[in-house]
Design a binder for this molecule. Structure first.
Ligand code: OOB
Length: 573
């Protein structure tokens, strides 16, 4: 296994193999195997392009040979940042074929995230979409290559060759013989939604991901007649493999790539391609339901709408069947592994009010109290899990791993949940310090670190605030530096805050009113933070409330964010 990844214990791995849970699949070999079975059937649709299974396998073979010619070696990490285009799928499988490990990045990632992903993974290559939605990814990639000596090649769509930049279209060569991958080895990296200031990388092995996609495809009853719409970004585990792109291709169905999840685009695609299955986050589901009233698109082909990634309100869940005319499947999942889903045979009450059962009989789920003791059904506690497709350690993160896993290998999800008597999961909340904004995960600590680096900020705490459309928005409580005037509170309180946080005294040149939200957003944007992480609201306070242990009391702050009428005169404990 790639150095820096944590294997399953030998006995556990042997058991999964003996049970046929892991069946020795090499993801890089799949396109050829699929082509042999499904040949001329349509594998991928994007706009007017239709790619058959045979063509897809040929393109993967040629690209894999192209990457090898560029010097890509087995074990190399390559950051992959492309939108929902066939090239994403081709490049991912070509890299699997070549034994290289793609690191899936979001197209919204900017310098802050990319620098970290490239540095942490030690990436030797970075695949970018050239200019996408007005942003010049090639220019950013060149900046990164100048900073990071290991980053030797930028593969850019639509670029001309120069220096480190290789046009992605030229990564193409006559197929060569390539060695098979060890199925137990890491195939690619997903990104963690994060709890810490910096995102973590999740190694997914050939065997574990093949098992996940196979299991979910079977559970969803997929057949070669199914048409899956990739409405959310393909690099999201939900879209890539629950059953998503990989599960659909594994069963001979057709994957339709949507440029974005808007109702306009997706309804048109559902009608035109006779889509049977798609997956969205609750925010998108709400947009679709609201748009449905105004649309005369024929959605009758749609059999199942999977909704997951964030809390789904039962009221919204109840609208899916009657208003979209399809079955709702609740999905609770994580890039780290564990997936729970409602099943076709589940009764309406369970589908509306629970997140279903784990997808594999080999999934182990525990709900524990603060002491780590298991709690009875119906009681809320932290969800811990281990199983054949749940990671045993983040990549190159030994210290974090020591906290994120129990001694016996259970992953501490940071989610609060309970189990029903019949083993269904009900997600109740979170322990982890994350904002889930329309399905995007934002680690509070990451935003706080950037806020603290902005001029005029002495202390920062980021909390979620409930929002009708996005589920949650990002709310930042800020303490201005002493030399900044604070509206309505004066400089005295600021001085107290400075003492509390140990902020450096600043030069008189910076004495001014605290920065406005727009100014802060501009400063964070200039620091290279992805836009979806920018605070939606910022409020200046004189102090941050503390728990008896001296930590910032985020419960108090979250309550205050949700209710402007609550007093802000908390005293540090
Ligand atoms: C999915 O994956 P991630 O890695 O972006 O986020 C995982 C976290 C979970 O730990 C939980 O906090 C939250 O997202 N979450 C949900 C949820 N599904 C995920 N919270 C409440 N209700 C749900 N149904 O989000 C993901 C990966 C694969 C499939 C589906 C979602």
């Amino acid at each position: 296994m790639l150095e820096g990844c944590t294997p399953w214990p030998a006995e556990t791995a042997a058991r999964y193999r003996a049970q046929g849970v892991w069946n020795g699949t090499d993801l890089g070999s799949l396109p050829r195997a699929w082509a042999a079975r499904y040949g001329t059937a349509t594998a991928l649709v994007a706009g007017e392009r239709r790619i058959s299974y045979a063509e897809f396998a040929d393109r993967v073979d040629r690209r894999a040979a192209g990457f090898v010619r560029e010097g890509v070696l087995p074990g190399d990490r390559i950051v992959l940042q492309l939108p929902n285009v066939p090239e994403f799928v081709e490049v991912a499988f070509a890299l699997f074929r070549a034994g290289a490990k793609p690191v899936f990045s979001l197209t919204s990632h900017r310098a802050n995230e990319i620098r970290h992903l490239c540095a942490l993974s030690g990436a030797s290559g970075y695949v970018v979409p050239g200019v996408f939605r007005g942003f010049d990814h090639t220019a950013l990639a060149l900046e990164m290559a100048a900073e990071l000596p290991a980053l030797r090649r930028i593969y850019a769509q639509g670029a001309t060759a120069s220096g480190a930049v290789v046009p992605l279209e030229s990564v193409d060569a006559d197929p060569v013989d390539l060695p098979a991958n060890d199925p137990a080895d890491t195939a690619f990296f997903l990104l963690s939604g994060g709890t810490t200031a910096l995102p973590k990388l999740i190694p997914r092995t050939h065997d574990d991901y093949a098992y996940q996609t196979r299991t979910v495809a079977a559970l969803s009853g997929l057949t070669p007649d199914d048409v899956y719409l990739a409405a959310l970004p393909v690099e999201f585990n939900f879209t890539w493999g629950c059953p998503g792109v990989v599960g659909t291709l594994s069963t001979g169905g057709t994957v339709v790539l949507a440029p974005d999840p808007t109702a306009d685009d997706c309804f048109r695609l559902i009608e035109r391609e006779r889509v049977t299955l798609t997956s969205v986050v609750p925010t998108v589901a709400r947009l679709w339901l609201d748009e449905r009233e105004w649309s005369d698109a024929d959605l009758s082909s749609l059999r199942t709408l999977q909704i997951g990634g964030a809390r789904l309100e039962p009221e919204l869940a109840a609208r899916v069947g009657p208003e979209l005319g399809c079955r709702l499947q609740q999905v609770f999942g994580m890039a780290e592994g564990l997936l729970t889903m409602s099943r076709p045979e589940d009764g309406p009450d369970s589908v509306l009010h629970t997140q279903g059962r784990p997808v594999s009989p080999a999934d182990e789920v525990r709900i524990v109290d603060e002491r780590g003791d298991e709690v009875p059904a119906g009681t809320t506690g932290e969800l811990l899990t281990r199983g054949p497709y749940t990671l045993r350690g983040y990549y190159r993160a030994p210290e974090h791993n020591a906290r994120a896993f129990t001694e016996d290998g259970f992953y501490r999800t940071g989610d609060l949940a309970s189990l029903t008597e019949d083993g269904r999961l009900v997600v109740r909340g979170r322990l982890k310090d994350v904002v889930i904004r329309g399905g995007d995960k934002i680690a509070a600590g990451e935003v706080e670190a950037h806020l603290l680096a902005c001029p005029g900020i002495a202390a920062a705490a980021v909390v979620p605030v409930p929002d009708e459309f996005l589920g949650e928005r990002i709310y930042a409580f800020l303490v201005a530096r002493a030399d900044r005037e604070e509206p309505g509170t004066g400089a005295e309180a600021g001085a107290g805050a400075e003492a509390a946080t140990g902020a450096e005294p600043v030069s008189p040149a910076s004495s001014a009113a605290p920065p406005a939200l727009a100014e802060l957003k501009a400063a964070l944007h200039a620091r290279g933070l992805a836009d979806y992480k920018l605070p939606d609201r910022a409020e200046f306070v004189t102090d941050l409330p503390l728990t008896p242990l001296g930590k910032i009391d985020k419960k108090v702050l979250a309550a205050a964010a949700a209710d402007p009428a609550l007093p802000r005169d908390w005293k540090p404990a």
